[in-house]
Design a protein around this ligand. Structure first.
Ligand SMILES: [Fe+2]
Ligand SMILES: [Fe+2]
Length: 192
């Protein structure tokens, strides 16, 4: 049970034109905008790659690659942040996987520590927040901060929230595929 880098590229090409939830951009546009925002903020190649792939669980679901692995929670939460992890574990390091895993919890965290943050979320994101467990308590927020790559995940989350602009310019997919390959081949210490 693993995805090769070729599989990931193909998935983005074949399923990327799907709409991104209730937003006005496609999954691929969202991935490219998120990764580009991370790159412009001078994040590491790992965090850029995490931004690029953070919602790939949605694409796996659409491609029916994971339907036997994880069913949605009873309340309808799709748990997409976890779906891709078993497929990616053999090709990418934790510095990429952990921010993907934590990008939903990071929304719950940011709502707790930044009082203005919730009002900046899109309607679709506010709605999914409730399904995902709602705003963290102070104790939960503290526990989140102790997790590995918590700060990278929180920054990724802010790129995620801004990566929903119809028609926004980004580099082409090949640019981020190249960074993905460099991270996959270079272990923990690759920087662009
Ligand atoms: Fe997501
Ligand atoms: Fe997203």
């Amino acid at each position: 049970m693993a995805l090769t880098l070729n599989d990931i590229t193909e998935l983005l090409h074949t399923q990327g034109s799907n709409q991104y939830g209730g937003e006005a951009v496609s999954q691929l546009e969202h991935a490219l905008q998120c990764a580009y925002l991370a790159e412009q903020a001078q994040e590491t190649a790992h965090t850029i790659t995490a931004a690029f792939l953070h919602d790939i669980g949605h694409l796996l679901s659409a491609g029916k690659r994971s339907d036997l692995l994880l069913t949605p929670a009873p309340n309808g939460d799709d748990l997409h942040q976890y779906i891709a992890l078993p497929f990616l574990r053999t090709v990418l390091p934790d510095a990429v996987l952990d921010p993907i895993k934590l990008h939903v919890d990071a929304k719950r965290y940011l709502c707790a520590v930044d009082k203005r943050y919730w009002s900046t979320l899109s309607d679709a994101s506010k709605k999914s927040l409730e399904l995902q467990g709602g705003i963290y308590s102070d104790e939960q927020a503290e526990e989140f901060e102790s997790r590995r790559f918590a700060q990278e995940s929180a920054r990724l989350r802010r790129y995620d929230d801004c990566a929903k602009t119809p028609g926004a310019w980004t580099p082409p997919i090949e640019h981020f595929i190249e960074i993905l390959y460099s991270v996959a081949s270079g272990g923990q210490n690759v920087n662009i």
